[in-house]
Design a protein around this ligand. Structure first.
Ligand SMILES: [Zn+2]
Length: 491
């Protein structure tokens, strides 16, 4: 802006004393032609000029004309008392632009070309102007501007006011449209707490709790951010039925680098956003697929993490497993826990999420006082069904399957199962069906289970958690985890 003004005023002053000779030598049609060519083609325009005041008509590229006229503008400014150093400072961007060819207009066109394939024209125009204004505000010359990066997939917005929040959680999701980060200002603006939910599209308690919180009109004690991720998977018919979109990968297995594919990119973007927020604590709200009491999971079991868990329940699984989940990365940066609120679709689970969230956002200080109420389980072993096995569910051995899981197996979450407890039935001739692995990857399934007369049962006492009674999930993810109670803290 300063450069353009300096060039215009300097030229006016520099050319003024020969104004008559310039105007005599240049018919109006030529000036009008120059004006339109310059507007249309910028530095690439060929412009009519004269070889000095009153000289012969010539044509030359706009960039070349700018270079010829710069000394005229400089002289004009200096004759009117502008310091030479200041002339140099004000005019040098014009010189650089003419040499590099990068003008504001060219930058806008290049930016639009970069953004349009991803965003479509209307959104690309708006994103381009936004990026233009941001760069202009930095007051760096246009030739040094970078092109805007492709817009991220997570929309960042201010949380809606009470009246603007749609009535149902489903309408709220449709209104969100895709992954978002919503910010809600708190009473104390100096700290922030983060809520992540819907990393799995079939686990509705968290987003229902966020929706209820926003509908309540309550003001959080400190700033809050809400990351709501798998919105499209949740909306996919019949609603809250898909862990991820068909053909997509499980988002909560994609947070560990390399962040490949669309899910990896989304995971990385969420991590970057959370990093820039720098929350004092994070809770990631999930549901179980089977019946369960609420409990926390995470890679750290300090008093801050246990205090977070105590807002929702009284069990914590201190897990050293590396699956690629958000909490594995986030917990290294700030106190972070997963909360498994209970079975998806169960009213009790929604209540756990809603009440826990209100405590998490409402408490002026999170503290660590309640940490000792939480019972810690540790060293989870992941019990998987070997791939290729046909799995069923029933009260007796089912026909045509290799392994029949005892129905209502999910009743036993967090129970101590005695040796000999029946897990299911193995068909005659079927191979050993399970694998149980901890952090070191060693299969200890034969230490935990045995098959006697076609019955698969426990060989020693185990505490199973996260039991699923959905054969599809048992095959694609795992059957359950086995944990052991951590030794009581002597302190
Ligand atoms: Zn989940």
């Amino acid at each position: 802006m300063i450069a353009n003004t300096a060039f215009l005023i300097g030229l006016t002053l520099g050319l003024a004393r020969d104004a008559q000779a310039w105007t005599d030598g240049m018919p109006f049609e030529q000036v009008e032609h120059n004006f339109y060519r310059a507007a249309q083609q910028g530095l690439e325009a060929t412009l009519a000029w004269t070889d000095g005041p009153g000289g012969a008509a010539i044509e030359l590229p706009a960039g070349e004309l700018v270079r010829r006229l710069l000394p005229v503008a400089r002289r004009g400014l200096e004759e009117w008392g502008v310091e030479p150093a200041e002339c140099e400072w004000a005019l040098s961007p014009v010189e650089v632009r003419a040499a590099s060819g990068q003008t504001g207009a060219r930058w806008q066109r290049a930016a639009l070309t970069a953004l349009e394939p991803e965003l479509g024209r209307p959104r690309a125009l708006s994103a381009m102007l936004q990026a233009y204004l941001e760069r202009a505000a930095r007051e760096t010359p246009v030739d040094s501007w970078s092109l805007p990066a492709r817009e991220g997939r997570v929309r960042v917005a201010i949380a809606p006011e009470v009246d603007a929040v749609p009535e149902s959680a489903e309408e709220f999701l449709r209104w969100l449209g895709g992954p978002v980060l919503l910010r809600q200002p708190g009473r104390n603006r100096s700290r922030t707490r983060a809520v992540v939910t819907l990393l799995h599209g079939n686990e509705p308690s968290g987003v229902r709790a966020v929706h209820a919180w926003l509908r309540s009109g309550a003001v959080p004690a400190v700033d809050a951010v809400f990351v709501i991720a798998a919105v499209s998977a949740a909306l996919e018919s019949p609603g809250f039925a898909h862990r991820q979109l068909p053909g997509a990968r499980d988002l909560n297995r994609c947070f560990v680098p390399p962040h490949e594919g669309p899910e990896g990119e989304l995971a990385r973007e969420i991590l970057n956003l959370l990093d820039s927020v720098g929350p004092e604590a994070l809770v990631d709200l999930h549901n179980n697929t089977g019946r369960s009491i609420p409990y926390g999971v995470g890679p750290r079991a300090g008093s801050e993490e246990l205090a977070l868990v105590s807002l929702f329940g009284d069990r914590y699984v201190h897990s050293d497993l590396r699956l690629g989940a958000l909490v594995e990365i986030a917990a290294g940066a700030f106190p972070s826990v997963v909360i498994e609120c209970g079975r998806a679709g169960a009213e009790a689970a929604d209540v756990v999420a809603r009440e826990g969230l209100a405590r998490f956002l409402g408490a002026p200080r999170l503290g660590s006082r309640a940490a000792h109420h939480v019972q810690v389980m540790t060293e989870p072993l992941r019990v998987e069904v070997l791939s290729g096995l046909r799995l069923g569910l029933g009260e007796a051995p089912a026909e045509g399957v290799d392994l029949t899981l005892a129905a209502e197996i999910d009743r036993h979450n967090f129970d101590r199962l005695e040796p000999g407890h029946r897990i299911g039935w193995l068909a005659p001739g079927a191979p050993w069906p399970l694998r149980a692995r901890g952090r070191d990857g060693r299969d200890v399934s034969h230490e935990l289970f045995e098959v006697c007369d076609g019955v698969l049962r426990t060989r020693r006492e185990i505490i199973p958690i996260m039991i699923t009674n959905d054969p599809g999930i048992a095959l694609s993810d795992c059957l359950f985890y086995v944990v052991r109670a951590a030794a009581a803290d002597p302190a």
